[in-house]
Write a protein that binds this ligand. Structure first.
Ligand code: PGA
Length: 253
């Protein structure tokens, strides 16, 4: 069975003290993670070590970075390397979030390099893709997302692609309160899986977790996650509230 994942994306929010309290509150609320389920917290860089300590020894819980650079080390002021992340025990990195693509000009090719270095260091990339509103309105979402996936991931071997998690996040649904309907999510997730199947075969495509992101909340998570090709969510706003995020974790099938 492929993994079902509830991933929190704190983005550039919270102070250290607020982040500590949020993790404490989440840990204290009743939630269970079965063998095939994971909770991931993508926290700001300065809170990675604190967060790692908070979840130490908790099974199926991972702390993730929200970005990483393509180089191993060197004169790249302000950047963070996979080696650094690995040295503090980080095993997951969010890559290619639409905010990074838009504000920091991250291209499909640049993201392919980031995917490569993560895999070289055995770090799981949560690779984000998704279309803007004008593309959706012109019904171009499949082609757009297909190209993002092909250009950033299709150079990978079968063994490598199995280590990647994909997060489909329509830009028009991020932080807008406008969630894709569960039917819309299922439709494009199934398409993404078909693109993966064409390249890598059905057996491999069926093993790859595809998360949905964009205004996931406690009240809509269960319906979205019940779709056959939706394997959990990447959650921004609602992940900053302990009760909301625990409800989302508990909505994983
Ligand atoms: P949102 O953000 O849940 O606030 O819409 C999702 C994301 O950007 O990952």
């Amino acid at each position: 069975m492929r993994k079902k994942i509830a991933a929190a994306n704190w983005k550039m929010n919270l102070t250290l003290q607020q982040g500590e309290k949020l993790l404490d509150d989440i840990i204290a609320l009743p939630h269970t993670l079965k063998k095939h389920q994971e909770a991931v917290f993508a926290v700001p860089f300065p809170y990675l070590a604190m967060s790692q300590q908070k979840v130490a020894g908790k099974e199926h819980v991972f702390i993730a970075a929200q970005n990483v650079y393509t180089k191993k080390s060197g004169a790249y002021t302000g950047e963070t390397s996979v080696e650094m992340l690995q040295s503090i025990g980080i095993q997951v990195v969010v890559l290619g979030h639409s905010e990074r693509r838009e504000y920091f000009n991250e291209s499909n090719q640049f993201l392919a390099d980031k995917v490569n270095i993560c895999l070289e260091y055995n770090i799981t990339p949560i690779f984000c893709c998704g279309e803007a509103l004008n593309i959706r309105e012109a019904n171009g979402q499949n082609e757009f997302v297909g190209t993002q996936i092909k250009e950033s991931l299709f150079h990978l071997t079968s063994d490598q692609i199995l280590k990647v998690v994909i997060a489909y996040e329509p830009i028009w649904a991020i932080g807008t309160g406008k969630t894709a309907s569960s039917d819309q999510a299922q439709e494009i997730h199934a398409y993404i899986r078909s693109v993966l199947a064409e390249k890598y075969g059905t057996a491999i495509a069926n093993e790859i977790s595809i998360l949905y992101g964009g205004s996931v909340k406690g009240s809509n998570a269960k319906e979205l996650f019940a779709q056959p090709d939706v394997d959990g969510g990447l959650v921004g706003g609602a992940s900053l509230n302990a009760q909301e995020f625990v409800t989302i974790i508990n909505s994983l099938p």
